[in-house]
Design a protein around this ligand. Structure first.
Ligand SMILES: Cc1cc2nc3c(=O)[nH]c(=O)nc-3n(C[C@H](O)[C@H](O)[C@H](O)COP(=O)(O)O)c2cc1C
Ligand code: SF4
Length: 1501
């Protein structure tokens, strides 16, 4: 019977009406009619819509909208989408729809959304509510029709005032209740002023935690509840008392306080009091029952009627109104002091954890107050089954008997399991602790759940050891996948042949097939329909297909295992699952209690599977703890199931024994989570809006490793930038590349492993920085396999030390790095071996070969560094009990054949020891690939660059392609600052490219400058460098951006051809700012020579300048073989560098290049020709005295018109005579010394057909730049500016890059930039009238500053760290600091303005020509340099080693007294280098060949 007009008679109607009034939009979720055949809220909503009832919060003039959405149409997703349009949203739903929507609900909780939930009518399952307890909603329960109306209003007020979600739930009894009038508007008006609503509307309604309510009094009342940050914001209240547009984030305590405040308001309006907990019963009760369930009222009534002597006369009942936030304080307050026993009755149908959620809440609450905890020693949990009023007595008696017994049973089921099952007997159903998680999975996925490594079902008969390993589960998955493929093709055939009798079946099956790759929950929805259609389809094929029901439904596939799997991660099946990328979920349960964990862990290093998986960037990863947050665990399971790809969930369940008490498990979990030892998080590798993987921290503290990982991930995406802003492309592309790459690697590693397991095992571990030891180890493996051994090889650090004891034969090959240190990829291994006391190697046989250099650190006291790692390891293994197979082998770079002198002897001994010396000597060993091979095989510099660039599996390209790429101007590098960190987390180095531009004579138009500036921003690391070859160099260009960058450079009418590689490099030419005509002519020669010696390289165009849709890739056509008339297919033995100088200035360092052209100008200032210098070169190798720098030798004079052909012929002689066997000796400098200068000159002259003339006289004054303004012969102005070490960048203090961009924009036609060989810039051709503007900009950006010390102005440094791959020490980042440390001292000596040429490099390759400086520091190891002194000021004389291997302090101590002597003793105009020689401090190096002679510090043997 319907209620009278103006009345409601069901709780659902009452709540629905309130929802309508307090919302702009109501979403009514239509229940699953099978589960709940009731219309629910809909009826009342329909009426209000029909009657055009105006709402309270809807904007004036609009009516609230009501939408109904079906329960299986992802209704809560609709709600999330609605947030973008609606501020005040409510949802009415049946409780059965909630748990599937948990991920959406997590979002809704942050907005003022109210969800009115009606529990299932007959036998409600309150776990549908308790599973939401960690989402952040306030959860309010109402117990009567009246209460439903009041608390519905309260819920909306609370949501509006806090900006957060509220769930209002109640049990709707069968049938009608006594009707009550509609809600009273007068009462509502008393407590709710709709004019106080703020900040609503479309804009910003997506902002979480916003303030929507401007009831100033309330805000003040709640102020203590706000979190600090919010408080600060709230302080931004405006003078009129309005809160300014802001957000407030309530913490739990604050939310609870706000809830109570709203209850207070309700009392003021309606006169009824509501509290978080109610107690019913005697004040002297000794037993209290806290009940969450639909029969609570029955219990209260029964107890209320108890007489004296009844077993439950001293029993009280507690009900929960505010379930979240849970207030321990309020709960304890309602329990009478007399209570000694507390029963907790929970109506949860599917109890997954051993203890019910409310019991856990109660236990932790009691623990809050130890005096109360002591007073109530007995706390017993019960599962509340179905009870009706008739059986309640019996049930109550059972409950009390149990709780009063000596040893009460936990977890008794009281009542029937279903509504028809009214048997009041109680059952013992105690879920095992262990099964908590698998039960949860079953509850979530039901029939869809497939536990791949389950022991039951068809797996019987297979030993447990197999089924309990992940490989087994993975195998099952693969088999299943095969079967699914078969099924799909069957279905496809059936559709094609129209085999179904019913067209609808056909349609559904097609839909199912289309869906297939999508998430499994959707699949199951459609799958269920397919099955029901198939069942009614009478075709033959249909009944056949029904055999595969499970496959059609789509499964959620899980492998469940223990943390034991994390000990051998690298080789375990977990690793295979991750690497496979398959849609398999892995659940790993860690049961080790937090307390006492370290004792057990010390010997075995357990790896963090979650972190490991995150590094792969292809897996969903979560860390959960069911006794900390059930909801979070639930969310993780649902998300893992939805994620297409591997999911790895690590789950915490700490216990020592099954009988551990609830409190112990709770406390252990709490400690682990709170300390950050077991953080709760969820990680979705798919990038979110910010381009980063989605990381959701669900607990407070994070352990260090995880924090580091996350910080690194941030860093990673910023690698290519100096300004810390996220770059989506960088982050995104790294993710996908890594994923692919890791997969490939994992597979390779695995197959290699299998391949190797044939003969007796031999494990070869190497540590190597430069690759020598690595190559040797790999060669050893090949040779071992040739002898039938099952040999595997890997870097030391990739080997789990804890497995070392299981090895049979172990061989270590390690080189020596730093000062007697292990190379980078052996350090962790060594640390572990060194420090683990209980590593038992008694069954291991071992051999060690070391590579070192006995002269690397020549001083006597440094002899200990020689081959130190191999020696240390050799002894350590012995101490750990390993049996030596052969004596330690020591390879020494100083031996006649380097390490190859000692190695063969050692290897022969090794074969003997292994008993394979007689076997298969003829090992087929490919000769090592040399640079010469690479060039020749590259098909005119194509290599496999195109394929390499398209390979997204790695940020790098192959080693041989890297050689080829150099000819194209691109150089593979990585960020060495983070190399180690990345390695530690299993990532490849952060690869990127350096690009060098070919720009003969270093002349750049303003437009070209702007283009480079832009490319650095868009595609590089936001800086660029002026190089010592007077050109631009860009850094940090990731592979994906390489082609666009090179294209853009070409668009700017520049290119990168042969900017690196074995060909003629960029033509360096003096800047000559004072003589325009001369500069013009020289620059034209520079361009002419460059063009003439340019490789034709059609590959360049093909690779970089084509579009993706260019049909023909090979410009010359596949059939036509390229032709390099000057170079041939092998190009030059090494690079060739040519420079042009104009006396009296030698800023290009003319004697440092393979070919130097000294311009000879007649008295009229006209260029006549050049003195040609050849054989200069700076590249050397530390401690290899066959290498040395060399100053160029003068060949003679040629007329200017012959200069191009002269360069060509010099190059050809070098091409045909240079050493192609040993790259260290391949430069022209060695060719000339080897041939003799005269023979060389003669060969060139033969090719020329004429002879060099006698060299003309010339004189150099300096080899530094002439800074400042100068006017040329036409009256145009030129400004040489100081660019420290050539780096163009913006720093907060000095915005040089911006300044120069402004200037480039302001420059008029004809003006240009000239880049100098000392890495500085000349602003050229500035007309008089443009001077004010240029000067203004120079001043504004402080670029005109030349007030530096003479030392700084004369200094230069190469790039070195972090990008140069061969750098041994810092250079560009360090020289400025080092100079600062000298400057104040120089000032004291009065030497501030004296020019001293000082150069630094990170290695002996000599990029900034250190060997010609008066002072040089050449990197030897990190923080250690060789100090060179005595170079000639004008670049005419090499310096010499003064002290090897000095650190900063030593260098300063050595230099200071020498400066002092110079200041006191120098002759007029005498330069520092010359003085040191005159004073006998250092011997002059007059010829490269004497570079290593007469050094002040001899080897102390
Ligand atoms: C930066 C650096 C530091 C070195 N320090 C030592 C040393 O302290 N003791 C030693 O015996 N050899 C030292 N060497 C020599 C190397 O061990 C030797 O060159 C070896 O062949 C390099 O092998 P790799 O390419 O596998 O790294 C050093 C080499 C370099 C480049
Ligand atoms: S000198 Fe060495 S460290 Fe410096 S940039 Fe050149 S190769 Fe790198």
């Amino acid at each position: 019977m319907p209620p009278p007009i103006g009345f409601v008679s069901t709780r659902e109607d009452a709540a629905a009406r309130v929802a309508y009034l307090f919302s702009e939009t109501v979403l009514s979720v239509q229940p699953n009619l099978k589960a709940a055949p009731v219309v629910g809220f809909q009826h009342a909503l329909d009426r209000m819509v029909h009657d055009n009832v105006r709402g309270i919060v809807a904007e004036r003039g609009t009516l609230p909208s009501v939408y109904s959405v079906r329960y299986n149409a992802d209704p809560f997703l609709t709600a999330v989408e609605e947030l973008g349009k609606t501020t005040f949203l409510s949802i009415t739903a049946a409780s059965s729809t909630l748990s599937a929507a948990i991920t959406h609900l997590a979002k809704l909780a942050k907005f003022p959304v109210v969800v009115h939930v009606s529990m299932s009518r007959d036998f409600a399952d309150f776990s549908e509510i308790t599973c939401l307890r960690h989402l952040g909603f306030t959860l309010i329960q109402s117990f009567s029709l009246r209460e439903a109306q009041d608390l519905a209003i309260a819920s909306h007020l609370l949501a509006i005032r806090t900006g957060k979600g509220v769930i209002h739930f109640f049990h709707q009894p069968e049938g009608e209740e006594t009707p009550i009038p509609f809600e009273d508007f007068n009462q509502i008006d008393k407590i709710f002023d709709r004019n106080a609503l703020v900040n609503r509307g479309t804009e910003g309604s997506r902002v979480a935690n916003k303030v929507y309510w401007n009831g100033a009094a309330d805000v003040v009342a709640e102020k203590p509840a706000m979190e600090e940050a919010a408080e600060e914001k709230a302080n931004g209240k405006q003078a009129n008392g309005n809160v300014d547009l802001t957000t407030v984030n309530y913490n739990t305590a604050g939310l609870f306080q706000a809830t109570e405040a709203v209850f207070d308001l309700m009392r003021a309006a309606v006169g009824r009091t509501y509290k978080a907990f109610d107690y019913h019963g005697a004040g002297n009760a000794e037993t209290a029952l806290l009940i969450l369930g639909s029969s609570a009222q029955n219990f209260i009534t029964t107890i209320g009627h108890a007489g004296w002597g009844d077993i439950y006369s001293k029993v009280g009942v507690i009900t929960v109104r505010v379930y979240r936030p849970w207030s321990a304080e309020k709960l304890l307050a309602v329990i009478p002091r007399s209570v000694k026993r507390l029963g907790v009755l929970e109506q949860v149908h599917r109890q997954t954890t051993k203890w019910g959620p409310v019991l856990l809440d109660v236990i932790s609450s009691l623990n809050n107050d130890l005096s109360i905890a002591a007073a109530i020693p007995v706390v017993v949990g019960y599962q509340l089954g179905y009870l009706d009023s008739k059986t309640i007595h019996k049930a109550l008696r059972g409950i009390i008997q149990n709780i009063q017994s000596e040893t009460p049973i936990q977890n008794l089921l009281v009542g029937g399991r279903a509504s028809h099952d009214v048997d009041p007997e109680y059952h013992l159903t105690q879920p095992e602790l262990e099964t908590a998680y698998s039960k949860m999975l079953y509850n979530i996925f039901g029939d869809r759940l497939s536990i791949l490594n389950a022991l039951d079902r068809d797996n019987t008969g297979i030993p447990q050891t197999i089924t309990s390993n992940p490989e087994y589960g993975f195998g099952t998955y693969l088999a299943k996948e095969e079967r699914k493929k078969e099924l799909m093709s069957k279905l496809q055939v059936a559709i094609n042949e129209n085999a179904f009798t019913n067209q609808e079946t056909n349609d559904l099956v097609s839909r199912w097939l289309l869906l297939n790759s999508e998430d499994s929950s959707k699949l199951s929805e459609v799958g269920a329909k397919v099955i029901s259609k198939l069942e009614s389809d009478r075709s033959e094929i249909a009944s056949e297909l029904l055999n595969d029901k499970a496959l059609i439904l789509g499964t959620s596939s899980w492998i469940i295992g223990s943390d034991a799997w994390s000990y051998d991660l690298g080789t375990s099946g977990v690793h295979n699952v991750i690497a496979s990328g398959k849609n398999v979920n892995v659940l790993i349960i860690d049961s080790q209690p937090y307390t006492g964990r370290s004792a057990e862990d010390s010997s075995r290093r357990k790896k963090d599977i979650g972190l490991y998986a995150m590094n792969y960037s292809n897996s969903y990863v979560a860390s959960i703890a069911v006794y900390s947050s059930y909801t979070q665990a639930l969310q993780a399971f649902i998300e893992a199931d939805k994620f297409t790809g591997p999911s790895i969930i690590t789950a915490y369940l700490p216990y020592n024994e099954e009988t551990d008490s609830a409190l112990t498990v709770l406390q252990e979990t709490k400690k682990a989570v709170d300390s950050g030892y077991w953080p709760l998080y969820r990680w979705d590798p798919r990038p979110d809006e910010s381009g980063l993987p989605n990381f959701q921290l669900d607990s407070q503290a994070l352990k260090k490793e995880l924090k580091n990982f996350l910080e690194r991930e941030n860093h990673l995406s910023q690698v290519a930038r100096r300004v810390p802003v996220f770059d989506e492309n960088v982050a995104g592309s790294y993710g996908s590349k890594l994923r692919m790459q890791q997969r490939k690697k994992a597979k390779d590693a695995y197959s290699k492993l299998l391949e190797g397991l044939t003969g007796p095992p031999l494990t070869i571990l190497f540590a190597s920085d430069g690759g020598t030891a690595e190559n040797l180890a790999k060669r050893l493996q090949r040779r071992a396999k040739g002898r039938g051994l099952g040999a595997v090889v890997m870097a030391m650090d990739d080997f789990p030390v804890e497995d070392l004891g299981a090895e049979e034969n172990l061989v270590i090959v390690t080189s020596t790095a730093g000062q007697g240190e292990f190379p980078q990829n052996g350090r962790n291994f060594w640390d572990a071996v060194k420090s683990s006391a209980d590593l038992d190697l008694t069954s291991v046989k071992y051999a060690v070969f070391g590579l070192g250099d006995s002269h690397y650190w020549p001083r006597k006291q440094d002899k200990v560094y020689y081959n130190k790692p191999s020696k240390d390891l050799y002894h350590r293994l012995e101490i750990l009990g390993a049996k030596r197979m052969v004596e330690l082998g020591l390879g020494n770079s100083q031996d006649p054949d380097g390490y190859q002198t000692a190695y063969p002897v050692w290897e022969t001994e090794l074969w003997k020891a292994l008993g394979v010396d007689g076997i298969g000597a003829a090992v087929d060993e490919p000769p090592p690939l040399t640079n010469e091979d690479i060039k020749i095989q590259s098909n005119y510099l194509r290599g496999t660059l195109i394929e390499g660039l398209n390979d997204e599996s790695t940020g790098a390209i192959s080693a041989s392609d890297s050689q080829v790429a150099k000819f194209h101007g691109a150089y593979l590098q990585d960020d060495r600052d983070i190399r180690e960190q990345r390695k530690a987390s299993g990532l490849e180095p952060a690869y990127f490219f350096m690009i060098r531009v070919r720009m003969p004579a270093g002349v750049s138009t303003p437009a070209q400058w702007l283009a480079i500036d832009q490319i650095a921003d868009d595609k590089g690391n936001h800086t660029f460098k002026i190089t010592t070859r007077g050109t631009f160099q860009l850094h940090g260009v990731i592979k994906k951006k390489l082609k666009p960058a090179i294209k853009a450079i070409n668009v700017a009418l520049l290119d990168t051809i042969a900017a690196c590689g074995d060909a003629n490099r960029n033509l360096l030419c003096a800047g000559v700012p004072y003589n325009n005509a001369l500069h013009k002519e020289l620059a034209a020669y520079a361009r002419g020579i460059s063009e003439h010696l340019l490789p034709t390289m059609t590959a360049y165009h093909e690779i970089w300048l084509t579009d993706d849709n260019d049909e023909k890739k090979l410009v010359a056509g596949n059939a036509v073989v390229d032709f390099e008339p000057l170079y041939g297919a092998a190009y030059l033995p090494r690079k060739l560098k040519i420079a042009i100088a104009v006396p009296p200035y030698n800023e290009v360092d003319i004697f440092a290049h393979d070919v130097g052209l000294i311009a000879i100008v007649d008295d009229g200032g006209k260029l006549t020709g050049f003195n040609v210098v050849a054989g200069g070169g700076m590249g050397t190798t530390h401690n290899d005295k066959t290498t040395y720098p060399r100053t160029g030798s003068i060949l003679g004079y040629v007329k200017k018109e012959d200069v191009v052909v002269v360069c060509e012929k010099v190059m050809l002689v070098q091409r045909d005579n240079g050493d192609r066997k040993d790259r260290k000796h391949a430069r022209l400098q060695y060719t000339i010394d080897y041939m003799g200068l005269d023979v060389f000159r003669q060969k060139v002259e033969e090719l020329l057909g004429f002879k060099f003339e006698e060299a003309r006289a010339f004189r150099f004054e300096s080899n530094i730049d002439q800074f400042g303004w100068v006017k040329d012969e036409r009256g145009l102005n030129h400004f040489t500016m100081f660019v420290e070490n050539g780096r163009i960048e913006d720093t907060p203090e000095f915005r040089m890059k911006t300044g120069l961009r402004e200037i480039a924009l302001a420059m008029k036609a004809g003006a240009e930039f000239r880049l100098t060989g000392n890495q500085h810039v000349i602003l050229s051709n500035i007309a008089e009238e443009d001077m004010p503007e240029v000067k203004r900009l120079l001043a504004e950006y402080k670029i005109d500053n030349l007030q530096y010390s003479g030392l700084r102005l004369s200094s230069s440094a190469c790039v070195a760290f972090p990008t140069c791959g061969v750098a041994m020490a810092e250079s560009e980042r360090y020289l400025p600091i080092f100079i600062s440390k000298l400057e104040s001292y120089l000032e004291e000596l009065g030497l501030r303005h004296d020019s001293v040429v000082m150069r630094m490099t990170g290695c002996p390759n000599g990029c900034t020509r250190p060997w010609l400086a008066e002072i040089a520091m050449v990197g030897k190891a990190y923080g250690v340099y060789n100090l060179m002194l005595g170079g000639g000021y004008v670049g005419q004389r090499l310096n010499k080693l003064y002290r090897s291997a000095v650190n900063e302090e030593q260098a300063l101590q050595l230099l200071k007294p020498l400066f002092k002597r110079w200041a006191l003793e120098r002759e007029e105009g005498e330069h520092f280098g010359d003085f040191l020689i005159r004073a006998g401090v250092i011997k002059p190096t007059l010829d490269g060949k004497n570079f290593h002679d007469d050094i002040a510090e001899e080897d102390e043997e």
